[in-house]
Design a protein around this ligand. Structure first.
Ligand SMILES: [Zn+2]
Length: 386
């Protein structure tokens, strides 16, 4: 029995060009970077949502993207035949001597013609679930047999090819990837493999400075990120009240560096929005009184509030603060009304572009993709922003 099922998307110029590839020399592994979205969600996204979205965009804003197989905890779907090109590993991240960086010689000049792309879905907190990793091992073992590949040398990360931080958990922790490949090899040999490695994404940090031990997270679901930007990858989310260490002097543009050690002794590093952390030491040194405050304790509210009711494209367009709240929350999840436009299209008008952002979001999270904001969409957005 195959470890994956074929459910092909229709040929279209943005996600499945229908071009035959030039054989399969390597497998390229990726992570989806869409927290909580399943393999089936990605089938819908690349089969329907992205092509439909592109159809109404100017060429400069159209996105060309896809991969062959999507793996989650319980499912693995091949959405593009393995003898066809998918758009997964020919991006330009870096120019070296006037040429795009290409780190895997066997895949030059265009890895999309020479490798199969396997995407691992991530959990809501940005990590790989052990079951997803185990399933991906089965898929890769089957593909290695099919194309006569050696798992140790012929499974590469997207990062190895173009230097894109993908799959982020295995860029920061290359041992996670090494372990993955050796388990694929064991599976090919028929050895029983149990368990797998879950690890955190890459954080590059060069600041030095003393850490303040008793820094408290004051927001539920505070996201620890790989860079000083809400657009960077998530390392993990921290519950309200979590104790972390904050590095003095590390805050730039509102983002500071923290270290967090969980109950199992694993340590994670990354950047957080410092308006959501509180440190006694800093309060003391700035002369503020603590604990004797007469202020009642308030519950930290989510930064995002969302309106009730139903919002859709109307004539004339619905406008106002409520629409802006919807747009802002979607943008925080990277579903921009108009990426690259002023304020990414957050303008308070529920027009076709906002409806489209809602539609893309709905499609990715398994909701009816009608572009109409209602209670179900609200609940899903809220759950993800918590
Ligand atoms: Zn990738």
């Amino acid at each position: 029995m195959s470890s994956f099922r074929n459910q092909y998307i229709d040929i279209n110029k943005w996600t499945r060009p229908g071009i035959k590839n030039n054989g399969v020399r390597k497998l390229t592994v990726h992570y989806t970077a869409n927290p909580g979205a399943t393999a089936a969600n990605h089938y819908t996204f690349f089969g329907r949502t992205l092509p439909e979205t592109n159809r109404t965009r100017p060429l400069s804003k159209q996105e060309f993207a896809s991969a062959h197989i999507f793996v989650d905890r319980t499912d693995a779907i091949c959405i593009i035949p393995l003898n066809e090109v998918a758009y997964h590993a020919n991006d330009v991240q870096q120019i070296v001597n006037g040429q795009p960086y290409r780190g895997v010689a066997a895949l030059k000049p265009n890895a999309n013609f020479l490798s199969v792309g396997v995407e691992l879905c991530i959990e809501k907190n940005g990590t790989f679930h052990p079951d997803t990793v185990a399933r991906a091992e089965q898929v890769c073992a089957e593909l290695c047999k099919m194309f006569k590949l050696d798992p140790i040398n012929d499974i590469v990360r997207h990062y190895d090819i173009t230097h894109k931080i993908c799959p982020a958990p295995w860029v920061s922790n290359p041992q996670g990837f090494t372990g993955f490949k050796s388990r694929v090899k064991k599976r090919m040999a028929g050895t029983v493999v149990t368990g797998s490695v879950v690890s955190n994404p890459a954080v590059t940090h060069t600041d030095t400075g003393r850490f303040i031990k008793n820094t408290v997270v004051a927001k539920d679901g505070l996201v620890l990120r790989t860079q000083r930007s809400a657009a960077s990858s998530m390392v993990l989310t921290l519950p309200n009240g979590t104790i972390v260490k904050y590095q003095l002097g590390s805050t730039v543009n509102g983002w500071g560096y923290v270290e967090y050690t969980n109950s199992k002794g694993q340590t994670f590093h990354g950047y957080v929005n410092v308006s959501y952390i509180k440190s006694d030491n800093e309060l003391k040194s700035s002369g503020q009184k603590k604990s004797s405050s007469s202020k009642p304790k308030t519950t930290e509210k989510s930064k995002f509030s969302l309106p009730n009711g139903v919002f859709k494209v109307t004539s004339p367009l619905t406008k106002g603060e409520a629409v802006k709240q919807i747009q802002t929350a979607l943008a925080a999840l990277y579903y921009y009304p108009d990426k690259g436009a002023p304020n990414n299209g957050i303008d308070g008008y529920y027009g076709p572009k906002t409806a489209n952002a809602v539609k893309r979001f709905q499609s990715m999270y398994g909701l009816t993709a009608d572009g109409i904001y209602g209670p179900k969409t609200k609940a899903k957005v809220e759950a993800l922003l918590k």
